[in-house]
Structure formats: C-alpha cells, structure tokens
Design a protein around this ligand. Sequence first.
Ligand code: ADP
Ligand code: MG
Length: 155
Amino acid sequence: MRSLPFFCRGQVVRGFGRGSKQLGIPTANFPEQVVDNLPADVSTGIYYGWASVGSGEVHKMVVSIGWNPYYKNVKKSMQTHIIHTFKEDFYGEILNVAIVGYLRPEKNFDSLESLISAIQGDIEEAKKQLDLPEHLKLKDDNFSQVFKSKIMNGH
Ligand code: ADP
Ligand code: MG
C-alpha cells in the first residue's frame, strides 16, 4: 500500500452503540469526513499503528476500516482500539492516528467468541509488529512532529 504510513486526526464521535465495551474491546469512531479523506488505495481491513488522545502519550493501536452497514455499505467507517487502559472515555477529544501496517481483510464471524478471539489475535500481532525498529522509529521520530506541525481535518 503506497499510502502507508498514513497520519490522520479527528474528533472522537459516538458509534452505533454496538457495545464494543461489552466485548472488552472499545473502539473509538471518527466522523464521516475523516474517513472520507482516507486515500483510495487504503482498502478495508484491519491495520495496526500508533495513536494518541489530545496531547497524551502515544500507544499501540489496531484499527478496523470497514464498510458501514448504517450507510448501506457505501461509506467506510474507521474504528480505533487503543491498546491501553484509559481511566475515562474520551468522546469529543482529538484522536491522532498513524496507520503503519496491514494485518488482514475484513471477515464475517459465525460467533461472538470467534470474533473476539480474532481481535485478540490482531492485538497480539500488532503489539509484536510495532516492536520492530522501523515502527518504533516512526513513533519516536515522526508521530509527534507530524501532529505538531500539520492541521488535519480542521483540527
Ligand atoms: P461506541 O459505539 O460509541 O464507539 P464503544 O463501546 O466502542 O462505543 O466504546 C468506544 C469509546 O470508549 C471511545 O469513543 C472512547 O471514548 C472510549 N474508550 C475507552 N478506552 C478506549 C480504548 N482503549 N480504545 C478506544 N476507545 C476507548
Ligand atoms: Mg466503537
């Protein structure tokens, strides 16, 4: 994928309340406009990268870019799970994201258990990949710089 790493930023909005938290895996949603700005060659699927909330610490993350059934699958949605335990929700805050690598395509699962274990597998794989020197370097050298210097999606 030519467009990776891809940096984006936007305000965290409420999702459709499918209860990711009940699965133990909360996923923060970006507004439509942010998702519309994704490069065309970023296909749907599961990716990994780095994320921070506001000016907070940079954490590992997994992000799902998928077809949004709410819009009859003509629009994409983008949901980020930050691999960190937060004390509080951060709706309305600015989420900064660097997508650095691709894990797998979107899939349908026949049970909740198999969905959860797939996501847990994604999280483990993301953690491992992100420990590679090239990814740690991007976090240390580029992440803060990019978000300090650029205005993105109006923020
Ligand atoms: P929604 O349907 O509104 O997306 P979720 O159950 O998926 O609800 O929870 C997502 C919300 O949980 C995020 O918008 C954020 O405010 C909060 N949250 C807390 N911890 C995390 C985390 N580690 N990763 C992503 N979101 C988190
Ligand atoms: Mg969610």
